[in-house]
Structures are given as structure tokens and as C-alpha cells.
Design a protein around this ligand. Structure first.
Ligand SMILES: Cc1ncc(COP(=O)(O)O)c(C=O)c1O
Length: 457
């Protein structure tokens, strides 16, 4: 290919860091639109000769840019520029995520793993089996067939004490929280700190006061909860969000005892318990006290957030009120969606999908952890045993926001620990790195760039 190799102008100062200059020059040209998608780059030999550097320098620069997604190396066609949206330099946000080359967005499963064929089969079977009454949307708690299948699944997989009559199918964990906040108007709520911000924000939206209760290596500190006047608390016992801690057995017993003492409720957010890697499954808290714990589950991690399907297993005392509220608000959840998911559960396809996904996510998790040890040895990595993200604690004094912004300039989306804290001042500098959509190769390349950004602070 040497004689037909296309030309490429790159300003390189041969004095120092030549590989980084080649990488940066090509990256900037792709982002700025000077190198359009589909453009073929010079061969490594030709570019090395033009620049007066060794071929190895160019090979390594191309490899890095391939891993970052800027270039593709095609057998027989050489190295070609990929379509990368221009100006990928905004601070990462849910929207900006689309412009990032490697996006460590926490908590998102990979849409590519969605079991499309199994879902299509389940959907066909569900449509064939749905009766007129079910299409009419009769039962506000949810389709009896789904509630029966869920009771079996949750009992088997999570140790939930779930009778179909106590289950209410809804659209998400957030929806379940909304229903509970409304049916418990006089209750003061507490949430974990750090914690998933959705319940806190939902309560603040109504002008309700919220107690923030600290979390340590055993989960929520129940003694601190006892010092509040809360009568309801939202917790993530199987896998604390974001620290990844599993609540210890003594804390679980203490939490249930607290709920009995205050005549209150624990809202259990069991959002990603299916993804565990090197520890034994931690059963649901609800199994210890079904009359005190509202168990909430979601398909947002196991399948896709866009599905909008979740459920709550309620204490008997709350069922009628929640059902009445549904009647006055959204009615019920789509019966067509519910019937399809019931079929996916009954056929064993959900179990198969989860086994497969677990293997993929474990490899991605391993790659992130290995890359942190290699490229960011000054950080500590935690919360690795389960879920879809790890937590990085950065050296004291690191400016977390500056790291996030500078990583974004280089096309790497990372997210501050601060996002999970109501009181940002107390948080140690850290990042939450999601690996759900990050391949092992991207993990290595993304963390390598992150290591350079942190080192340059
Ligand atoms: C801690 C936690 N709980 C629950 C959820 C799921 O939310 P939903 O079912 O409302 O989409 C998420 C999703 O990001 C989460 O991180």
C-alpha cells in the first residue's frame, strides 16, 4: 500500500512525546471534521517515514485511536476514520454521553445484550394468549399471570416472601417510590448518604423534609437512623448505591427492628442484585419482615431502562391504598408488556439472559479493575463484587470536577462521586465508573487516559 498511501499533515515536534502528539493531532482532526468519516489514513510505514519517527510510534498511536473509537483498522483496507460527532468536549451529562468515545456512565446495562430474539418470541406467544379482558386492562395490580410468575421468580432468586396478591406491577423503581411517597403522606423519610438521588429528589419536590443517614462498610448506620424522626427509609441492602457495600446481617436485623419500633417501613431498592460476581447472593431484606419492608424491583438493569417495567411487593396494609391511587392516576401498566415479560420469565429465557450477561459484565468489571491497578495505582477501587459500576477514590486534594472535565475533553466520560451525595462538601474526591457498556478494550484505553488526566492535576 506504500506508494498509494494518502498524505496526512500533522504538526509534530520530534523533541518529546511524539506518540502523544500523533494521537492528539489525529484526534483533533477527526473531532474538528478535518478528517471526515471514511477517510483512509496513511499506512503506519508511510506516516512514520513522513514524520521521521519509528514505525512503532505510529502503530501505537493508531492502536490507541482504534480503541478509543476514532479509527477502524480494516483488513485489506488500512486504517479508516470513524464517524465521531464533532466538538466532543462538553462536560459529560446524560445527553453529552452520546458524543463520548468511552463512556463510563454508571448503572446502564448494554443495549446490545438485550435478548431481542427471546423477547420477540415471548411477545408473539403473549399476543396469541392475551384474552379480551386482559386487553381491556382489568386488574390494576397487574396481570395475574405476571404476578404469579414474579412471585415464583422473586422467591426462588431473591428469597422474597411474595404472594401474588401483594404484588403491584408498575413502570419502574421511581414509579414505586412515587406511589409510596403519596400513600404515606404523614411519614418522614430517610435516605442513604451517599445514595441514589431519585427518592430524595422526589420527596424534596413535594417540600418534604428528608433525613440523610450515613453509610459505612456495613451499609446504612441504623443507630444514626434511630436518632432521626423518620418512619420510612429507602435503602439498597444487597448492593449499596454507589459504594457497593452489602448490608451486614446485624445491620439487617437492626433495620427491621427499627421499622417495628417506629411502626414504619423500609423501602428496599433491589435494583441490580442479579449481577453479582465474586460473592454469594445476598437475599432480599424483605424475607425477614414482609409486613415492614416494601420490596421494589425493576427491569432497568436486567433488561433495559427503556422497557419501563418494575414491581413492588407490599405489606398487606398498603396494597389497597396503592391500588386505589393507581385507579386515580395512571390506571395500570400495559398488559401487553406484562404478558410478554411473564412469558420471558416462564420460558426460562430471562434466567438464560442473566447468566449470559453476568459473564459479559464480569469480564468488563475485571478489565476496569485491572486497568485501574495498571494506569491509576494512586486510586483505590471499591464496590467491585456486584452491579454495573465500581467506585474510585482519588488521592486527597484531587479536583474531581476538573478531572471529569479534562477526561471529557479527551472523549472519556467519567462521573463524580458527588453526584450521589446531598452534601457535596463531605465527599472524598472520587468517581463512579460504570462498565455496563464499556468493552474490556475500551476499559483499558479509557482508564489509561484517565490515569494521564489524574496524574497531570
Ligand atoms: C440505585 C438505583 N435504584 C433504582 C434504579 C432503577 O430505576 P428505575 O427502575 O426507576 O428506572 C437505578 C437506576 O439507575 C439505580 O441506580
Amino acid at each position: 500500500m506504500g506508494t498509494t498511501s494518502p498524505d496526512l499533515y500533522l504538526a509534530v515536534d520530534r523533541g518529546r512525546g511524539v506518540r502523544a502528539q500523533v494521537e492528539a493531532g489525529i484526534r483533533a482532526a477527526v473531532r474538528g471534521g478535518r478528517l471526515a468519516a471514511g477517510t483512509r489514513l496513511p499506512s503506519t510505514r508511510a506516516l512514520a517515514a513522513d514524520l521521521g519517527v519509528t514505525r512503532r510510534v505510529v502503530v501505537e498511536a493508531y492502536d490507541q485511536l482504534v480503541a478509543e473509537g476514532y479509527l477502524s483498522a480494516r483488513q485489506g483496507a488500512g486504517t479508516v476514520v470513524n464517524a465521531v460527532p464533532r466538538g466532543a468536549d462538553a462536560a459529560p451529562s446524560a445527553d453529552a454521553g452520546r458524543r463520548l468515545v468511552v463512556d463510563f456512565r454508571p448503572g446502564h446495562p448494554d443495549p446490545a445484550l438485550f435478548p431481542r430474539a427471546a423477547w420477540a418470541r415471548a411477545s408473539r406467544a403473549a399476543c396469541a394468549g392475551l384474552g379480551a379482558a386482559e386487553l381491556d386492562g382489568a386488574d390494576r395490580r397487574g396481570l395475574p399471570a405476571l404476578r404469579t410468575a414474579l412471585a415464583e421468580y422473586l422467591g426462588r432468586v431473591r428469597g422474597v416472601d411474595a404472594h401474588p396478591d401483594r404484588i403491584v406491577v408498575c413502570s419502574s423503581f421511581g414509579h414505586a417510590v412515587d406511589l409510596l411517597v403519596r400513600v404515606l403522606p404523614g411519614y418522614r423519610f430517610a435516605v442513604e448518604e451517599p445514595g441514589y438521588p431519585v427518592p430524595r429528589n422526589r420527596l424534596l419536590r413535594d417540600g418534604r423534609r428528608v433525613d440523610l443517614v450515613a453509610v459505612d462498610g456495613e451499609g446504612l448506620i441504623v443507630d444514626a437512623l434511630r436518632r432521626t424522626t423518620a418512619r420510612a427509609v429507602v435503602v439498597t441492602p444487597a448492593h449499596q448505591s454507589p459504594t457497593g457495600v452489602a448490608m451486614s446481617p446485624p445491620r439487617r436485623s437492626a433495620l427491621v427492628a427499627w421499622a417495628r419500633d417506629v411502626d414504619g417501613y423500609v423501602v428496599e431498592d433491589d435494583f441490580d442484585a442479579e449481577f453479582r460476581y465474586d460473592r454469594r447472593p445476598v437475599g432480599a431484606l424483605q424475607g425477614l419482615a414482609p409486613e415492614r419492608v416494601v420490596y421494589c424491583g425493576t427491569t432497568a438493569k436486567t433488561l433495559a431502562s427503556g422497557l419501563r417495567l418494575g414491581w413492588a411487593v407490599l405489606p398487606a396494609a398498603l396494597v389497597d391504598e396503592v391500588v386505589a391511587l393507581r385507579a386515580d392516576t395512571d390506571g395500570a401498566t400495559s398488559t401487553v408488556l406484562q404478558a410478554t415479560f411473564a412469558q420471558l420469565l416462564r420460558s426460562g429465557d430471562l434466567d438464560r439472559h442473566l447468566r449470559r450477561s453476568r459473564r459479559v459484565y464480569r469480564a468488563r468489571r475485571d478489565a476496569v479493575v485491572a486497568a485501574v491497578h495498571r494506569w491509576l495505582p494512586q486510586a483505590t477501587v471499591g464496590g467491585i463484587a456486584a452491579g454495573l459500576n465500581v467506585v474510585l477514590t482519588l488521592p486527597d486534594g484531587t479536583d474531581e470536577q476538573a478531572v471529569v472535565a479534562r477526561a471529557a475533553e479527551r472523549g472519556i466520560g467519567v462521573y463524580p462521586h458527588r453526584w450521589f451525595t446531598a452534601d457535596p462538601g463531605c465527599a472524598r474526591p472520587g468517581l463512579v465508573l460504570g462498565y455496563g457498556t464499556v468493552t474490556p478494550e475500551q476499559a483499558g484505553q479509557g482508564v489509561r487516559v484517565l490515569g494521564e488526566v489524574v496524574a497531570a492535576r
